[in-house]
Design a protein around this ligand. Structure first.
Ligand code: NAP
Length: 339
């Protein structure tokens, strides 16, 4: 049995879902994977929980909602650096907010963990988007795994397909519907909704964030195609290399015009990798029925890899909620320890 001391950064939607999930899956992890996951520390912005034994946060999560400070094990002001020296080995799970300008606070957390040779599983995108090359090099220097399925469309397998299932094939292009919110809004607009009403509905159904700007302006898709391309194809894109289009200027007329022509207007994250030259973009493109992503509607996501030897491979589906994101983190963790 291998033991992993989990250090969880962020106790928001995803962080809390992750705590619940590893409680629900504790026996499965032990019996099927020989892995004992122990929550050793968990942090919010203003403090954290820490124990040299395993923390049991069930009571915190179930009984006291988000008011962690009332719990006896809560340590106000506790920060990651205060506990780093307390563990011989650890596993960092990064679930803090995504900041695509600075990469913080995730960048500091992930850097500190990798320097200690701890493996990392991330749901937040900021650190990887801002310094993919540096973090990958740091992970390699220290022989530590750095996984981020949770940041690259979560339950939809993107990195695993590209890295493992397509090994040996040349990936000539990638096209993905990588943001459920934008696809949901475009689908509703095809059905006659205005952009504003479709967005309001997406927010009321918990599909869109209260501040949906990152999604509707195309940044979320740009982050995901950047991370997938850099990880799978070995590009070294930063966000400024990706030409960007969002959906905020789309009118129902644009969407319905495409439909009348037998096409569907989709916001695609694309990598075009031809003759050794790679470029990435986020584009609103009318696609026809022969395109593998034509029927991907509503909040669904999908990705197509075009290859030299295996043809095109499309994966679609997967939930987009916090529990599914937590499940993508758990998948990465199991695979880290399996290897
Ligand atoms: N929600 C999803 O379904 C989903 C899906 C895929 C990826 N993601 C990514 O996963 C990450 C987490 O999402 P979320 O929805 O859980 O966000 P959230 O609800 O806003 O939670 C963020 C958590 O991070 C904590 N935090 C902020 N700064 C911190 C710091 N310096 N040190 C330690 N903790 C800190 C916050 O603490 P306070 O509560 O004290 O502010 C909060 O507990 C984001 O990067 C998001 O992009 C989310």
């Amino acid at each position: 049995m291998r033991t992993a001391n989990v250090i969880l950064m962020g106790l928001g939607n995803v962080g809390r879902a992750f705590v619940r999930l590893i409680q629900d899956k504790k026996e499965v992890c032990k019996e099927s994977y020989g892995l004992d996951l122990r929550l050793s520390a968990a942090f919010k912005k203003d403090g954290g929980f820490f124990s040299d034994k395993s923390l049991d946060l069930a009571d915190v999560l179930e009984l006291k909602g988000n008011d962690f400070s009332r719990h006896p094990d809560w340590k106000p002001g506790l920060r990651l650096e205060d506990v780093l020296g307390c563990f011989k080995s650890g596993l960092l799970v990064e679930c803090t907010p995504t900041d695509i300008k600075t990469g913080e606070p995730g960048l500091g957390h992930i850097t500190a963990a990798l320097k200690r040779k701890w493996p990392v599983a991330a749901a937040s995108k900021g650190a990887l988007v801002v310094n993919f090359k540096g973090l990958k090099a740091l992970a390699q220097q220290n022989g530590a795994a750095l996984k981020f399925s949770g940041a690259t469309a979560a339950a939809l397998p993107t990195l695993d397909v590209g890295l493992y299932s397509l090994a040996g094939a040349e990936i000539t292009a990638i096209e993905g519907i990588l943001t459920g919110t934008t696809n949901y809004i475009l689908t509703r607009m095809e059905e006659g909704f205005s952009f504003e009403d479709a967005l309001k509905e997406a927010q009321s159904r918990g599909i869109a964030e209260p501040d949906p700007a990152l999604d509707i302006e195309g940044w979320d898709t740009a982050c995901k195609i950047l991370l997938i391309s850099n990880a799978v194809v070995g590009t070294e894109f930063s966000l400024r290399d990706i030409s960007l289009e969002g959906i905020s200027g789309v009118s129902p007329t644009d969407v319905q015009k495409s439909r009348k022509e037998g096409k569907a207007l989709k916001l695609l994250g694309r990598l075009i990798n031809e003759r050794g030259r790679a470029r990435a973009e986020v584009r609103l493109i009318p696609i026809g029925p022969s395109h593998p992503l034509f029927n991907v509607s509503g909040a669904n996501k999908a990705i197509t890899f075009f290859t030299d030897t295996m043809g095109s491979i499309t994966v679609s589906g997967g939930k987009s909620d916090p529990r599914a994101t937590a499940a993508a983190l758990l998948k990465d963790i199991i695979n880290i320890y399996r290897n």
